[in-house]
Design a protein around this ligand. Structure first.
Ligand code: SAH
Ligand code: DHB
Ligand code: MG
Length: 221
């Protein structure tokens, strides 16, 4: 199976480049124990987010879709001591596990979980008091991707980076006739980004332990 090769290669490079990380391991164990679905970003993807955040010197990070906070930990670890991360989660159970995982990771003072529909949480954020956010990571319900992107843009500044997870989903995004709300939402996102003059964007398709998917990366200019 080609998926086995993807995982084997992820593991090979993971042993060399990611090393052991008991904090992240125990966060994933807590997610499993709490019955959360295993739909976190992969370790390599988490480190990619971390490196991108560091490379742009991010001080404020916005996340949409917390789950158990696995990606949140990777991102929050990129922040300086006075940095701040706000992450939006609709499910109180997920938020509870995430808060516990963030506390165990020593990040409770840096990363704040806001519970509720992300569209409401984002609409209530102020671009100057809460932001501007240097990096936004969008990874919640895919049907609302265009809404989240618009809000992330409102809360950004020139130079901010906006990253959207799961834009490929085994290639289903290319099906113009799909009635899957996730596919429709992601296609609406792509069309909105294409029309948006304030950003320059690309999509990178990925394979690995989480299958075949991809990220959209947009730079605000
Ligand atoms: N970013 C996480 C994975 C997020 S999974 C990681 O990589 O570790 C997607 C999450 O989005 C789930 O926890 C789900 O409950 C949440 N979600 C779904 N719809 C939402 C909404 N309308 N508002 C906020 N969060 C939502
Ligand atoms: C799903 C959501 C995700 O954010 C992800 O990375 C993988 C799968 C899902 O809803 O199935
Ligand atoms: Mg995702």
């Amino acid at each position: 199976m080609v998926e086995d090769v993807w995982s084997t290669v992820d593991d090979y490079f993971g042993q060399l480049l990611l090393g052991r990380d008991p904090v992240l391991d125990s966060a994933l164990e807590a997610n499993t124990a709490g019955g959360l679905p295993p739909i976190d970003v992969s370790p390599h993807q988490g480190k990619m987010l971390h490196l991108l955040a560091r490379s742009i010197g991010a001080r404020r990070i916005l996340e949409v879709g917390t789950l158990g906070g696995y990606s949140t930990i990777w991102l929050a670890r990129a922040l300086p001591p006075d940095g701040r991360l706000i992450t939006c989660e609709i499910d109180p159970k997920h938020a509870e596990v995430a808060r516990s995982n963030l506390a165990e990771a020593g990040l409770a003072g840096v990363a704040e979980v806001r519970v509720g529909p992300a569209a409401d949480t984002l609409a209530a954020l102020d671009p100057t008091a809460d932001g501007p956010f240097d990096l936004a990571f969008i990874d919640a319900d895919k049907a609302s991707n265009a809404v989240y992107f618009e809000q992330a843009l409102r809360l950004s500044r020139p130079g901010s980076m906006i990253i959207v997870d799961n834009v490929v989903r085994n290639g289903r995004v290319a099906d113009a006739g799909s009635d899957d709300p996730s596919v429709v939402g992601t296609r609406l996102l792509a069309e909105a980004v294409a029309r948006e003059e304030r950003v320059s964007a690309t999509v990178i398709q990925t394979v690995g332990t989480k299958g075949y998917d991809g990220f959209l990366l947009a730079l605000v200019h």
